[in-house]
Write a protein that binds this ligand. Structure first.
Ligand SMILES: [Zn+2]
Length: 303
C-alpha cells in the first residue's frame, strides 16, 4: 500500500500536471469505488482543479467552480468540492495524454474511475487502477474533507512543524505494541506496514516493545527516526512519475520485505514474523538484542 512518502510524491506530480486544469470527464465504471452519492459525480465536469495534495494516505484533489460560476444546483458557485482517493492495497494511478472514453481499455485490468482534464490545450487522462481480488480503492466527492469518516478520524501528520517530540510522547501513552501503534491511522496519519518496519529498524527498537514503557531516550530516537525516514523517502520519491514510485519505495527499504537478506547496518540476517494477514521484518542484532521473535501464526505465547 502506498504510504505517506509515495502519496506525497504522487500528489505533487498530479499537482504539477493538473493545477488549473478543467475537468472534462468523470467516469465511474465501477460504482462500488464511489462511496458518496451527494454531490453526484457529474457535478465535477466543468470544475477547475485548485490543487492536489495529501492527508494521511489519501490523495485530495481540490476543485473550485469553473468559469461562469455555478453549473448545477449542487454547486453553490463558491463551494469547493474535493475528490478524495484512498488507493488501498493494490490501487494506483495510470496517467495518459488522452481523455478517457466510457468504454474500458481492453486488457488493462480493473479501472475504478477515469478522469479527464484539459489545461492550455493539453489533455490528461487519469485512470485509478487496482490489482488483486479485493477491490478496496475508494473515491469520495465531498464538500468538507471531514465528510470522509476515515479522514475525520485521522491522527496528526507526523511531518508537520507542530508535531513535536511532546506531541509524540503523548500519543505513545498506551499499553500497546509500538508496531501496531505506529500503523494506527487514528494515532498518526500516513504510516503503514512498510515504513513502520523501517522506522523501528532505524530506531533500534523491537516491533513488540510496549509504547508506554519506552524510555525518554528511546522515545526521542523513535521520533527522530520517524521524521528522518519519512522525510528521506519523500526526497527520494519527489520528481518520479507515478509508474516509478512503487519501485522507488521498494529500493529504499532496508528491512521491509528483505527477509533472509543481510542487514545493511550490522550484516545480521533479516527475520520476519508472519501474522494471518501480514508480516513484519526486523533485524535481531539491531532491534531485539539478538533475540529471534516467535512467529505469531505458530505461537501465541512468546514476545
Ligand atoms: Zn542490523
Amino acid at each position: 500500500m502506498p504510504e505517506l512518502p509515495e502519496v506525497t510524491a504522487l500528489a505533487a506530480y498530479l499537482d504539477g500536471r493538473l493545477r488549473g486544469a478543467r475537468i472534462e470527464r468523470a467516469i465511474f465504471p465501477s460504482i462500488h469505488a464511489l462511496k458518496t452519492a451527494d454531490p453526484p459525480f457529474s457535478t465535477l465536469v466543468g470544475r477547475r482543479v485548485e490543487s492536489v495534495g495529501r492527508r494521511g494516505k489519501f490523495v485530495v484533489l481540490g476543485t473550485g467552480p469553473g468559469e461562469g460560476g455555478a453549473k448545477s444546483p449542487e454547486d453553490d458557485g463558491a463551494g469547493r468540492l474535493s475528490v478524495v482517493v484512498h488507493l488501498a492495497l493494490g490501487g494506483w494511478v495510470r496517467v495518459s495524454d488522452k481523455l478517457p472514453e466510457p468504454t474500458l481499455p481492453r486488457g488493462k485490468g480493473y479501472v475504478a474511475a477515469r478522469l479527464g482534464f484539459e489545461r492550455d490545450g493539453e489533455v490528461t487522462g487519469i485512470d485509478l487502477t487496482e490489482s488483486g481480488t479485493w477491490k478496496r480503492l475508494a473515491v469520495f466527492i465531498v464538500r468538507e474533507l471531514d465528510d470522509v469518516p476515515a479522514i475525520a478520524d485521522l491522527g496528526p501528520e507526523p511531518l508537520e512543524p507542530e508535531f513535536t517530540l511532546e506531541t509524540f510522547r503523548a500519543l505513545l501513552n498506551h499499553r500497546q505494541q509500538i508496531k501496531g501503534l505506529l500503523r494506527n491511522q487514528k494515532v498518526i496519519a500516513g504510516i503503514g506496514n512498510a515504513y513502520s518496519d523501517e522506522i523501528l529498524h532505524a530506531a533500534k527498537l523491537s516491533p513488540f516493545a510496549i509504547a508506554s514503557t519506552l524510555s525518554d531516550e528511546e522515545t526521542e530516537r523513535l521520533y527522530e527516526s520517524m521524521r528522518s525516514i519519512l522525510q528521506g523517502a519523500i526526497e527520494d520519491d519527489l520528481g518520479h512519475p507515478p509508474e516509478e514510485l512503487k519501485d522507488e519505495k521498494r529500493r529504499n527499504m532496508r528491512v521491509h520485505r528483505r527477509t533472509g537478506e543481510a542487514c545493511p547496518v550490522c550484516g545480521d540476517t533479516i527475520r520476519e514474523v508472519t501474522f494471518s494477514d501480514s508480516a513484519l521484518q526486523y533485524c535481531p542484532t539491531c532491534q531485539t538484542g539478538g533475540k529471534i521473535l516467535a512467529d505469531r501464526t505458530t505461537s501465541k505465547f512468546l514476545k
